[in-house]
Design a protein around this ligand. Sequence first.
Ligand code: 4AD
Ligand code: MG
Length: 467
Amino acid sequence: MKRTRVVEALDAKMIGEKIKLCGWVRTRRDSKGGFSFFELNDGSSMKSVQVLAPAELSNYESELLKASIGSSIEVHGEVVESPGKGQATEVKATEIRVLGYADPATFPLQKKGTSFEYLRTIAHLRPRTNTFGAVARVRNEICKSIHNFFQSRGFIYVHSPIITASDCEGAGQMFHVTTLDLLKIPTKNGEGAQEVDYEQDFFGKATSLTVSGQLEAEVYATALSDVYTFGPTFRAENSNTSRHLAEFWMVEPEMAFCDLEGNMDCAEAFLKTIFTDVMNNCAEDMAFFNERIDKTVLETLTGIVNSKFERLSYTEAVDVLKKSGATFEFPVEWGIDLQSEHERYLTEQVYKKPVILYDYPKDIKAFYMRMNEDGKTVRAMDVLVPKVGEIIGGSQREERLEKLEQRMIDCGLPPEEYWWYLDLRRFGTVPHAGFGLGLERTVQFVTGMGNIRDVIPFPRVPKSAEF
Ligand code: 4AD
Ligand code: MG
């Protein structure tokens, strides 16, 4: 018999159907009348279905009364109208098999509220809680929405490599990839110092985990026009914050024949589509987040979908912050990299909606961004949202060969190592632009979850790679 999912069994249309259900017991209540109720969940929805187990079942005493929270069971029975409030149906069992017991003395997820910190230490069991089930479903919906958005607009999904020899952001925050024996590292004599001899390494050169798929996306955009990458990226920044991971997922569209305005328009439409899809397709999970995690998430998302993002230059933003009279831990001066307190002040206090800042000082941005006429700023843009801060970073790319080479030299990057990237400017160069959206920051923003470690199944952060 085909298994019915709990989400289907909850539907009144199923009343009268004989079904098979499988899942994990969330609670069992034994009534004085000589029967028991199981709340059964299989992750297909937030809600569990109530299963009525009559005492007449042959294994009622011997097995079912031992099936406590966390146990897995298979139920055969009929969907009936539920007399209880808050549910249309329940399942009257004719047979229940226990697939696996969970010893109540040692099963770590008992009914009582458990802190997110504790749940991180049992990341292999936390998807069985309401919150982490809901996070997984919302994260999945966001990924679906991301693909739908680009696919419906004719973008080609490109797979950029995980192992790379180039540092896209030029920030030197890369994890090395090597097969060299760390106790016997081969060296050679470089300029006045010993250097690792990477010629003896697996790839014959120094390699790392990628921080971004952008450079490779540019290769494909300058052939296929509109492309996107979507995959894991890695940063060895030692930031122990609620918004940083060492391994996170990023979606990076790259568009040929596109300038910064087109880039901003795309980013704004993209975020609005994601938020709309989540509210439409994960209504139950979103109601849960709105009630239990952050009472403002639905109102905030609805407001965003129906309003225009604020757009202002970095220079204007610095003026706004300086004139605000607010005191910040990090004082504001033109040229500083804006801190999360500044970003939050702009989105939460001043504009109360997402803000796109553009034209940043060149010294705080990556080498590939297009230089403005002023020689001081580049065509960068960041999309900031309340609470989370920066959710998107992007730019129009420098498509002029000489200017790009000069910028690389100024940033201390050897142009010869990026010869293939520079070739894109040598052969049929075009204006192009793109951005990167952090998937986890998006899940955080949508759900209201306070810590980024709770919106990815297995977080990787400094000093922690368990599971
Ligand atoms: O601003 P970033 O560094 O931009 C890039 O990597 C560009 N190559 C993107 C592009 O233009 N194609 O990162 C983009 C986004 C950030 O806005 C943030 O949402 C997320 O990636 N992000 C992180 N998320 C979690 N943990 C980290 N350590 C992150 N670093 C960046
Ligand atoms: Mg950034």
